[in-house]
Design a protein around this ligand. Sequence first.
Ligand code: NAD
Length: 978
Amino acid sequence: MKTYPDIEKRIGEVGRELYAAMNKVPSIFDRKRWMGRTMDLAMRDEEFKLDLFRYVDVLPSLKSDAVVTALFREYFAEAKELPLLIRRGIGRLSKGFLPHVAAKVIRTGVKALARQFIAGEDLREAVRSLESLWEEGCAGSVDLLGEEVLSDGEASDYRKKYLALLDFIGPASRTWKEDPVLERDHLGQIPRFDISLKVTSLYSQLDPLDWERSVEKTKENLLPVIERAQARGASVCFDMEQYYMKDLIIEIFRQTFADPGEYHFGGIALQAYLEETTRDLPDLIAWAKERKRPIRIRLVKGAYWDYEVVVNRQKGWPVPVFLNKGETDRNFEGLTRILLENSDTVRPAIASHNIRSISNAIATAEALGLPKQSFEFQMLFGMGEPLRKALREMGYRVRVYAPAGELIPGMAYLVRRLLENTSNVSFLREFFAEGRQFTEIIRPPEVTPEAPEESKSGGFANEPARDFSKAVNREKMRQTLNESKKGFGRKYPLLIGGEEVNTEQEIASLNPAEPRQIVGRVSSAGRAEADRAISEALKASTVWRNTPPEVRAGYLFKAAEGLRKRREELAALEVYETGKTWRDADGDVTEAIDYLEYYGREMVRLGGTFHPGNYPGEMNDYFYEPRGTGVVISPWNFPLAIPAGMVSAGIVTGNCVIFKPSGLSPVTGWQLVEAFRNAGLPPGVLQFLPGPGHRAGEYLVAHESIDFIAFTGSKDVGLRIATLAAGAKPGQRNVKRVIAEMGGKNAIIVDETAEPDETVKGILESALGYQGQKCSACSRAIVLEEIYEEFLARLKAAMESIRIGPPDDPGTFMGPVIDEVAMKKIRGYIESGKSNAVPFLERQVDGNGFLLGPVIFRDVDPSAAIAQEEIFGPVLSVIRAKNIDEAIAIANGTPYALTGGLFSRSPKNIRKVREEFRVGNLYINRKITGALVGRQPFGGFGMSGVGSKAGGPDYLLQFMNPRSISENTMRRGFAPLR
Ligand code: NAD
């Protein structure tokens, strides 16, 4: 890379000129105004900032004035220090100020805040803003604010809005006065205005996992917009969004503009906070060179920093953004240089409000001998007005990014801007609010060394899900799915005392998406095999129970490693044997690994001897011993994870275990046994005994030598097992311990303050993920009246748009249900449901296998069978409630108590639901499925189960007997003092 002598000197000179121009404090930081004072407090007080932003976020979606004022009080009444305006507001409210008057004042205040950053609420206002920007000497790029697109209808609305925008601004822009700085660059004439596009809004099912289809479908809505832009004389820039979408957005960009054709005004934004941009930028430049037509690249620092850090940490994925602001700034300068050095191919757009970054761009361009028109600066509407004026006076082209649209969908944007302005590392904040000195501002970006991340060694961390936005991961899964078919029809034995046993009776395990395909044939145990398995377990027991806990845990860690190595293979098997989509199948394998890792560590924690009390003269020991021999009976819906949890808990605590998998997923069950066998687990500690539940299962449960039963499955079978286990047979030495995780009738409550996008998405995923066959699935949505119709309409449109089909297709959201029996049972519920509720959606689907479309019943009576019984399929009952109390009463009104959820932005309602909605796992403002081991220990009570939570700190205790030994250490008045 070239170096430029004395560039720092020139940066300083340019910087000083700009610095001198920045003499007016923007109203957002002006402490003489209420907005400035409010921001000032937000910058000093994190808690107030959180409440303020949350309130601003919820406000536009509130329908009633009473709720506007009630929430105002909920958010701010407890704050210690408040800006005068807010304090007065609360004072007036408590003096009985009428809600509609108060609400009006509040709405006006927040609108004023929004106006700061939003160029117009409709097309007319937006055009007026663009026109006055043009008068001022600045070009514009219009961004249409929009809610998240959840259905095909919403995606096509978005396209239509862009077409209308282009039709509206195109003719208007022709009347603007001539301005050579804005209309020409070094490569020739350029359009008079620009639009910024969020490509993710053009296809509701956009997903990097479904790469090819996402590109194609997005282009269907995108191409008409590009054509219209050309016709109306606009340039187009693709906004860059979350990192997870980055590669896909770049791909869509490349495919859209692959044919250079007549239109030369396509552009894309790249983010300097991503390390990967240092590769993406040269790649795009090389591509543009090959195409022999220019592209515009807008270089930004990146607007999703907080999001990227939080979300990627939660997922256990590498954080893709620089953690240090200095590194982003430095990268920005490096990328600026690359852009400018290639300005024969790209039209560089330097988007920043930072004097140092801007001065660097100018000095670099000068060093390269580039004319001023060969690049442009971009700034956000409402930020950095004096800067843009100064730049224009210096002869540079400045373009203002001008968002337009209604306030509700604009809130996400507004909150991002507020966050940006109040963040500790914001240039504008440092400059205006903190009065940073010029010498500090103009210094080259400093990279302070990052504090090393806390080491996770030894501690438990969840196995991260596969990142399917990466081509290599998609390819591997695709290949494995193809190879996996070669193993179809294979035979699998029982495992008894370490020996493989083949029986004449077999279970044929079918592919629910292609029921003619037999995934595997598995030996099926009868009584004789069950007896043998029990006697082998008893034989192995003495040595195993005396094996040190750390050694037993070691087998779990080794088995986990084995699963990790075969991750794709196991996930592919689940796709075929149980009809899981790629992500769900991968999720089941990671959960299995988590159980092994977590319980292994738990056993090490619990394995020693504790000494309760601390008194001289006595020595108290407290420790745990295995219960003996147990049976594990598992369902098919998490065919690896659930048995991995129950089996590993059983054996790591020193018991020997007989594992009976579900007859619908025995091939996957075998893989767990293989993993333990490959880990070197001694023979007899674990037996594999598939067989019919009512015969092999019941026989084992009732056997006198069985000391505990760990069961997960339906309520009816769980209760049957509890009854069988209760009786004592001759020779029986233990009261059997039953751990039973059973079904649910899980509800999500939606109140009038719920965030609409998140709610629809959360309910859709909770209700239809794995076809509604998760025990935690949402089968009731209890929705408050105020938003009932609006919510239902959007949910229906979203459910109509998802893809239903074979689960090995990466674009499938919903695959088949598990078998014909399940399909008939679900259909029975749908038919009987129609006798007293209205089907609001009943989607028909064709295709092979046991495919069933989603069904929504609306206005369901809370006591109806479809609102009381577990259906275990894609059927959602929507129930109307007058208020939050009624909603909670309905939610609690079934015998089950497994999972539940709430979507709300009211602190009071959140508190109330936390206290009163009595379920094992309550989720607030997120989907109610997908509990993670060690983070959301899982399990219910009531008719949903007995036992403590899987993946939690009490789980292993159920598999052991605690013992206490107390020894008097006093001999003739002489005792050790400790
Ligand atoms: P199921 O009750 O039909 O079968 C579960 C297991 O029990 C299978 O291995 C089956 O062969 C065996 N079985 C059946 N009858 C038996 C009997 N009489 N004696 C002994 N064993 C017998 O359940 P399923 O269809 O496999 O799974 C779906 C059910 O599991 C749903 O009700 C779901 O809510 C529940 N589930 C609960 C949880 C939870 O953690 N609470 C997790 C997953 C699934």
